[in-house]
Design a protein around this ligand. Structure first.
Ligand SMILES: *Cc1c(COP(=O)(O)O)cnc(C)c1O
Length: 422
C-alpha cells in the first residue's frame, strides 16, 4: 500500500499535486511519501513484535540521509555495507551501537573506522575477514564484536542476480565450515562472538525460504551453545519482496514475523532484521516527462527525460515497474516501449506494454522506485543525478538537489602536461 493516488484525473503524493511539484523542481525527480514510509515502518514493527528484536534498516536500498533520519527517529538502527554508508549513518545521527556492518569485501580502513565508531557488530563473511578484523582490533587495542554470516544454501527463488544464499553465491560462510570458524573466533583475543547472521537474497516473494534459513540458523545456535558459545543476536537479514505488479502477493511482514516467532519459542536471543526494499520500495516514484514519441513498425516508442542511469532496475534485472500518467487524459491505450535518452539498447523502463497514449510534454510516474532507485543511479552519459523530493501531506522538501554540470567534473583536472598540444 502506498499514498500515490488519483484525486480526479490528477495523481497526488499524499495531499500534494505531483504536477505542481514537477513545475517547481523540473523533471526528472524521485518522489518519496513520508506517510508510506511510516506505514511500512509500522507494518514491519507490528509484524515482528512477538520477537525480541532490533530493526537495522538496510542503507543501500535508499541512502538519503533524511530517509535514514526518519527511521533513526523511530528508534531503528542501520545495516551498512561500506565506509561511505558508515559515514552516512553517523552523519544522520544513528547511535553507533545500532549499526551492523555487512558485506564481502571490507577494507582495513573501513574496519578500523567502524570499530572506533563503536558499531554493534560486523557480519563476517570469511575466515580471512575474521583474521583481518582481529588484526585491526588488536592493533588499535579494541575488541570487535562479530557475527558470522552463514550461507545456508537456500534457494530464495528470486532473480539470480539478487539470490545470495546459495553455495554458488559469493556471500557468507558455507554451513559446513562455520562451526570451525566460530571456534577459531572464540579463541581470538580481540574478537567477541555475539551473533549469527544470514541474508538469503532480495525480492523474495515466498515465506518458506525464510523459514528454512531460520531453521538452519537455529540448529547452529544450539550447536554453538553446546560448544560453550553464547549467541546474543540472530540476524535474519532482509529480503522481503514487494508487489511490483498489482497481482503479486509477497508475504506480509505480519506473516513473516509470526512464522519466525512460531519457530523461535525455544531461542533466547535478540533478533535483528535488515529490511530495505519492503520499507522504501513502494514509498518512492520516479517522475519523468515525455520528450518525444516515435511510431516504430510494431510499437510506439515513448522517449522520456529519465534514463537507465537514474533507474537501472529494468536494465539490470529486467524488473517490472508500473507506469502511470500523472494526469489522466482518457482515450485509447497503445502498446509502447517507455525508453530513456541513453545510448544503450538496455535503456528502457517498460517494454511492449499497453499504456496511455502518452504525448510530448506529458508527465509519467514510474512506480516502485523507492528502493535501489536513486541509490544505484550514476552519471552515465554525463547526466547530472536527479533530485530527491520528500512529501508529507501537502508539503514537500527537496532532500537532495539536482546535480549541476560543475558537479559532473568535480575532482577531474587536466595536468599541465596535457594543456597544450604535444
Ligand atoms: C541488501 C541487503 C539487505 C536488504 O535487502 P532487501 O532485499 O532490500 O530487504 C539486508 N542485508 C544485507 C546484508 C544486504 O546485503
Amino acid at each position: 500500500m502506498h499514498f500515490f493516488q488519483y484525486k480526479g484525473k490528477k495523481l497526488f503524493a499524499e495531499d500534494t499535486d505531483i504536477a505542481q511539484i514537477a513545475s517547481d523542481v523540473g523533471t526528472p525527480f524521485y518522489l518519496y511519501s513520508y506517510k508510506t514510509l511510516i506505514r511500512h515502518y509500522n507494518a514491519f514493527e507490528n509484524g515482528v513484535k512477538l520477537l525480541p528484536h532490533m530493526v537495522c534498516y538496510s542503507v543501500k536500498a535508499n541512502s538519503n540521509i533524511t530517509i535514514l533520519k526518519i527511521f533513526i527517529n523511530k528508534g531503528w538502527g542501520l545495516d551498512i555495507v561500506s565506509g561511505g554508508e558508515l559515514y552516512r549513518a553517523l552523519m544522520s545521527g544513528c547511535p553507533p551501537n545500532k549499526i551492523v556492518f555487512s558485506g564481502v569485501g571490507k577494507t582495513d580502513e573501513e574496519i578500523r573506522r567502524a570499530i572506533q565508531a563503536g558499531i554493534l557488530m560486523f557480519n563476517v563473511e570469511s575466515s580471512q575477514e575474521l583474521e583481518e578484523i582481529h588484526k585491526v582490533a588488536n592493533h588499535i587495542g579494541e575488541i570487535a564484536r562479530i557475527s558470522l554470516r552463514v550461507n545456508p544454501d537456500i534457494d530464495p527463488e528470486t532473480h539470480p542476480y539478487i539470490a545470495t544464499g546459495l553455495f554458488k553465491n559469493k556471500f557468507g560462510i558455507p554451513y559446513s565450515e562455520v562451526k570451525e570458524i566460530y571456534k577459531k573466533a572464540n579463541n581470538l583475543s580481540n574478537i567477541e562472538v555475539v551473533g549469527i547472521s544470514c541474508h538469503i537474497g532480495s525480492q523474495i516473494i515466498q515465506l518458506q525460504p525464510f523459514i528454512d534459513a531460520f531453521k538452519k540458523l537455529k540448529e547452529l545456535y544450539f550447536d554453538l551453545k553446546k560448544m560453550g558459545i553464547e549467541i546474543k543476536y540472530i540476524d535474519l537479514g532482509g529480503g522481503l519482496g514487494i508487489p511490483y505488479k498489482e497481482e503479486e502477493k509477497p508475504p506480509h511482514p505480519e506473516e513473516y514475523g509470526s512464522n519466525i516467532a512460531k519457530e523461535a519459542s525455544d531461542v533466547d536471543a535478540t533478533f535483528i532484521f535488515e529490511p530495505g526494499r519492503v520499507i522504501v520500495g513502494n514509498a518512492g516514484v520516479l517522475i519523468t516527462r515525455v520528450l518525444f514519441t516515435k511510431d516504430g513498425a510494431d510499437r510506439r516508442f515513448v522517449v522520456v527525460d529519465a534514463g537507465m542511469n537514474d533507474l537501472i532496475r529494468p536494465s539490470l534485472y529486467n524488473s517490472f515497474h508500473q507506469v502511470l500518467p500523472v494526469i489522466k487524459k482518457g482515450g485509447k491505450e497503445t502498446v509502447s516501449d517507455l525508453v530513456g535518452p541513453i545510448c544503450e539498447t538496455g535503456d528502457f523502463f517498460a517494454k511492449n506494454r499497453k499504456m496511455p497514449n502518452f504525448e510530448k510534454g506529458d508527465l509519467v510516474a514510474i512506480l516502485g522506485a523507492g528502493a535501489y532507485g536513486f541509490s544505484m543511479s550514476s552519471n552515465y552519459n554525463s547526466r547530472p543525478r536527479i533530485p530527491e523530493i520528500l512529501v508529507k501531506e501537502d508539503k514537500f522538501w527537496v532532500i537532495r538537489v539536482r546535480e549541476s554540470e560543475e558537479d559532473l567534473i568535480r575532482g577531474e583536472n587536466i595536468p599541465d602536461h596535457f594543456k597544450e598540444e604535444q
